[in-house]
Design a protein around this ligand. Structure first.
Ligand code: ADP
Length: 566
């Protein structure tokens, strides 16, 4: 069995290391997950910003969807004939003209050099759907057309669509009307933006709608004109712009060239949620690992205890066999001599008789003890508690044993109160408890032979103290002396007869009788055993002396190993 001792320690260490390793890995993964959650939340927010710029772009295109199905050749012919656009196109223009986004709608036919000469160009009038010459246009119109014209120069040779939308940053939108089969340009529809609406109404509203307060979105978003270093709008007007805090920038695709979305992640809600789940996971992990560690240590300790118990049982078996054999051999030899009739001398006859008697008493005591343990193990310790005046019990025990103890050289110090309340105990149990404690005090005293017996009480408890100035015991021993078969490893104990059963029986009986037992001891100083039983409230005590607790209480403890002692 010893051979497995070190293996057990190695396995325990391996188990603990494995648990710590798993815990470490899990903590690491939880932190990694936490970081990932924050990172993926950021990525997700970047996507939202990109989506936002796309959506704004879509806002400008969607109004002219019908345009792609228009026959530009036919439109061109119609315009050359009437100086006006066909109905289906004017319908689209009418819609755009009533949109607060655009100031006016101008048309410059491709061949015109209106802008160079400051000649009038055509302006659309939504009230009668007519184009009229206008000389009051701003340079934004000419800039828009100039940009569109330059871009189309390189595209027109293989352009396959009938229109192209071109932005002059945030200033104007130009729709180039193209005749794809002839690879020629019919003209330019130029729509300068209403700057006031765009900057002060449309964009702030859209930003607030999409991103709201930083608490809701986890973002601070500013729209910044980087050429003029000017903040145009922000997702939350209460925010102050700080260039240092910007973590991400997003351009508008192919429009608003000088403008940028600038973003600072606040992440408050994500961090808080992720933190909360991190803490929750860490707590659960910690609890699970502690439980696992606890279970492992518990299993280890109980295996160690089982081993110690098994070792003690083996020792006990060897001892008990020896102890049973010795008195039997003495009795057998003495009986043989008597049966032979060889001994006639009266003194020798008496001597043999005394021998046989003493050995028989020793044998009986031992068998009684074994039976007590066997009964306790089987849960059959029958006790009959009744109100007992234990003062009388202690005094009568002393009367009976005082001479024997004093003959062994002991000074007996008795301190028994005049009046002790009755207690509800089983008389036989009490006697066994007292005699075991006194016998131990006698057995485990060598130089200073002192026996102190005290019986005191208060209103609640009756307290029996058995004290000696003997060999005492260490703390480690104190915690185990009530275990079955446990004997301290010191020379006097080794020399003294015993099987480590007395105190386990005492504890079992004390608990069955609803008492408590404790020990105080110092090696070399002596020991003090304190037993307490609840005092009976005599005013409530039944006059007939009837039991107030069930008359039979069976021990449920000490059940294990019953097969061994029984
Ligand atoms: P036993 O006396 O038969 O060995 P017990 O169960 O009565 O068995 O006691 C268990 C052990 O406790 C003893 O072997 C002894 O080491 C220790 N012990 C008990 N009583 C005393 C005492 N009064 N002083 C010192 N050691 C004691």
């Amino acid at each position: 069995m010893k051979r497995y001792g070190s293996l057990r320690w190695i396995l325990l260490a391996a188990g603990v290391i494995a648990i710590l390793g798993i815990t470490g890995m899990n903590v690491y993964s939880l932190y990694a997950l936490h970081e990932n959650a924050i990172e993926s939340d950021r990525e997700n927010k970047k996507l939202q910003i990109a989506e936002f710029t796309d959506k704004i772009r879509y806002r400008f295109f969607k109004q002219f969807y019908g345009l792609s199905s228009t026959d530009i050749k036919r439109l061109q012919d119609h315009f050359q004939e009437t100086g006006q656009f066909t109905k289906d196109i004017t319908k689209l223009l009418n819609k755009a003209a009533t949109d607060s986004m655009y100031k006016n709608i101008y048309f410059i036919p491709s061949g015109s050099d209106a802008c160079q000469q400051r000649d009038p160009i055509l302006e659309y009038e939504p009230t009668d759907d007519q184009f009229r010459p206008d000389a009051n246009y701003t340079e934004v119109v000419c800039d828009g057309m100039g940009i569109a014209r330059t871009q189309m120069k390189s595209l027109i040779s293989d352009y396959r669509y009938n229109n192209k939308v071109i932005f002059d940053s945030h200033r104007s939108l130009t729709i180039v009307l193209v005749n794809p089969s002839a690879h020629s340009i019919f003209g330019y529809l130029i729509m300068p933006f209403n700057q006031d609406f765009l900057r002060n109404s449309f964009l702030p509203r859209k930003l607030a709608e999409k991103f709201g307060t930083p608490e809701q979105s986890g973002l601070n978003v500013w729209l910044r004109d980087w050429t003029n270093n000017e903040i145009i709008a922000s997702s939350d007007t209460s925010l102050t712009y700080d260039r240092e805090k910007i973590q991400f920038e997003q351009n508008f695709p192919d429009f608003f060239d000088y403008w940028k979305m600038e973003v600072a992640f606040t992440n408050k809600s994500t961090v808080a949620t992720s933190n909360a789940s991190l803490v929750k996971n860490l707590v659960i992990l910690g609890a699970a690992m502690l439980l696992l560690l606890g279970a492992l240590v518990f299993l280890f300790i109980s295996a160690q205890k089982e081993r110690a118990l098994a070792e003690r049982q083996t020792d006990f078996l060897a001892n008990v066999t020896h102890e049973l054999k010795t008195p039997l051999s003495v009795m057998q030899a003495a009986g043989e001599n008597l049966a032979d009739g060889r001994v006639q001398d009266e003194n020798r006859l008496k001597n043999y008789g005394t021998h046989i008697y003493n050995e028989a008493v020793r044998l009986r005591k031992m068998i009684d003890k074994l039976l007590d343990v066997a009964k306790a193990n089987a849960g059959q310790s029958l006790i009959e508690p009744k109100p007992v005046n234990i003062r009388k019990q202690v005094l009568s025990y002393l009367d009976e044993h005082r001479t024997y103890i004093e003959n062994k050289g002991f000074t007996i110090d008795v301190n028994i109160a005049e009046r002790i309340p009755t207690v509800m105990v089983d008389v036989d149990s009490f006697d066994t408890i007292l005699s075991n404690l006194v016998e131990n005090a006698v057995k485990y005293s060598d130089e200073e032979k002192y026996l102190g017996i005290s019986l005191q009480s208060d209103e609640e408890q009756v307290e029996l103290r058995v004290e000696d100035h003997g060999i005492g015991m260490s703390g480690k021993n104190m915690s185990q002396i009530f275990d079955k078969f446990y004997r301290a490893e010191d020379t006097l104990t080794a020399k003294t007869k015993g099987h480590g059963l007395g105190l386990s029986i005492v504890k079992n009986l004390v608990e069955l009788n609803r008492g408590t037992i404790e020990v105080q001891s110092e090696p070399g100083e002596g020991s003090l055993f304190i037993v307490q039983f609840p005092a009976l409230d005599e005013s409530k005590e039944p006059s007939s002396g009837e039991d107030t607790v069930p008359s039979e209480i069976r021990s449920e403890s000490l059940k294990e190993e019953s097969e061994y002692v029984s």
